[in-house]
Design a binder for this molecule. Structure first.
Ligand code: CTP
Ligand code: CA
Length: 230
């Protein structure tokens, strides 16, 4: 493993990393969000910078310090993420979609705070579907660019693997990092385990390890793809 910039094996490369969870505002004080802490994405940004890459980190609602030597772009919603990621990815060698974009947003944003009604009735919130950013990046992928997506799955075993393979194909990713998630698993933790599936059919099991080490192991796989194609 390359740590601390000892092997600058990403020198001369531009990588884009997305991290955190997007938030979809409902009114001035409320949003729909998710449990992503951004730690795994920040680990990708930190380790890529240590290996000599130029790094653009697109950060959604994360309470973490900026990694040294990384360009940080702060965004809020999935639509913001889409715009920032499409722009940054246009010239990038690799894109790592570690962010957890909200899949849905409220159909209507209320300019004023939604109030409780006198009769005790609760509002019904209509949702619309957000764009799939990774799928759009997959469609726009430049020759030789490596796209890494994630699959957050609550299922066990073969079902999770099958779901992840379907996502890999749908998003035209080169690698997909399968995380088995739950309220007390992955989110906010400092360690992570994953299975990485390649579009070429390869399977790499990464046992529970610090998120920086897991990121380094995925960068090792990305570099293999970069050298195959450039
Ligand atoms: N993703 C994205 N845009 C979205 C939703 C997800 O780019 N609107 C990306 C995530 O960053 C991740 C991958 O797609 O890299 C898979 O996210 P995940 O939530 O596991 O899958 P979805 O395709 O959203 O499907 P579902 O949530 O229904 O399982
Ligand atoms: Ca999703």
């Amino acid at each position: 493993l390359a740590r601390g910039g000892v092997h600058a094996d990403l020198a001369g490369r531009h990588v884009v990393v997305t991290a955190g969870g997007t938030r979809e505002p409902l009114d001035p004080v409320r949003f729909l969000g998710n449990r992503s802490s951004g730690k795994q994405g920040y680990a990708f940004a930190r380790t890529a910078a240590a290996r000599g890459a130029r790094v653009t980190l697109i950060s959604a609602n994360v309470a973490l310090p900026d990694p040294a030597g990384v360009d940080v772009v702060r965004i809020g919603t999935t639509e913001d993420l889409r715009k920032a990621a499409v722009e940054a990815a246009a010239g990038a060698d690799a894109v790592v979609m570690a962010a957890a974009p909200a899949d849905f947003r409220p159909a209507v944003y209320s300019d004023s705070k939604i109030k409780k009604s006198d009769d005790g009735g609760a509002p019904v919130i209509e949702l619309v579907t957000n764009p799939d950013v990774a799928a759009e990046l997959g469609e726009r992928k430049r020759p030789g660019q490596v796209l890494v997506a994630f699959a957050a799955e609550t299922g066990e075993g073969d079902e999770a693997l099958a779901n992840a393979r379907a996502k890999l194909a749908r998003k035209r990713a080169d690698l997909i990092v399968l995380n088995r998630v739950g309220v007390d698993r992955v989110f906010g933790a400092d360690a992570n385990a994953a299975t990485v599936i390649g579009a070429d059919g390869s399977l790499t099991d990464l046992p529970e390890q610090p998120k920086d080490d897991l990121a380094d192991a995925v960068w090792d796989l990305v570099i293999t793809h970069l050298t195959h194609t450039s």
